[in-house]
Design a protein around this ligand. Sequence first.
Ligand code: ADP
Ligand code: MG
Length: 307
Amino acid sequence: MGLTDCQKNLIRAIAENNISSARKWALACCNEDETYKNSIFVSQYKSILSQPEKKLFELPQNVSGFMCAENVSETFNVRRYYLSERERELSEKITRMATVAAKLKEMKIEYRNSTLLFGESGTGKTTFGRYMAYKFDLPFCYIKFSTLVDSLIGGTSKNIAKAFSFAKSNPCVFMMDELDAVCTNRSDSGSSAAEEMNRVTITIMQELDQLPNDVVLLAATNRIDTIDDAVLRRFSIKHEVKPFDECEKERLLKKFLVDVGVTFSKSEIEKIISESGNQSAIINRAVEKIAEDILCGIDDEEREENA
Ligand SMILES: Nc1ncnc2c1ncn2[C@@H]1O[C@H](COP(=O)(O)OP(=O)(O)O)[C@@H](O)[C@H]1O
Ligand SMILES: [Mg+2]
């Protein structure tokens, strides 16, 4: 059987790199297939292709060197994310604030939706940012200050202003990660690095003051004790992300295991929970154990082949 018109148009659209047209013709291909054997495939892809197209998101060159934008609907695996009760409440608060901010905008009242996450490393602060972007169905725009400072001493404050200017004109969840790399209590040591840090801190405060209502801003730090007080005051919510308790650790681990399709015994689960201090450690221990089990399986197979 030769190609149908729909299939030819689909091939043409792919060859011309025209993704919108390719989606349209792929849907038409599904619609013309009435065979029983393909019915499950067809109905699955018809429903995906009928959804409104996700806007592709590309950063302009002037910010792409130090900021990244992630399409979390593709990169974030929500099936492996365990939302604790505390973080659920926070996410609801941030969502409600977004609604309030939108209403206030109609009344021409400025309102900042800004949240500072703090707590020890590996407790899931950055992951929570991705989750919020996923929940809002918005791109996740992300600056990690520790790398920005390393690579751009001298022009850091200008780059921060550029990043804010981009975030202000594009709906997104904007996260400033590892804030302690720049906004430490302002130093007056007079060195050029200290002067640059002071400029950066002032820029961040000015930008926060001009943040429009519709930007969802998150920041994160492992060292809230070192953050400049005036910067701290500009966050309407300050939320500590704590290491999970035993029960939460177990739920996190089980959620991960279900998604990867692996089973651990009760005693293996208890061992991992008791040996792992926080969220990141749980996942790392689970991955190590899965890797060990795979290795044992390979060794067994080789032994059988050589026997
Ligand atoms: N709530 C969670 N659910 C699932 N995995 C998590 C969670 N919190 C943390 N993790 C795991 O821990 C890793 C490190 O988390 P991350 O967000 O980088 O921590 P932080 O930013 O606080 O240092 C993540 O890549 C993820 O594997
Ligand atoms: Mg982090």
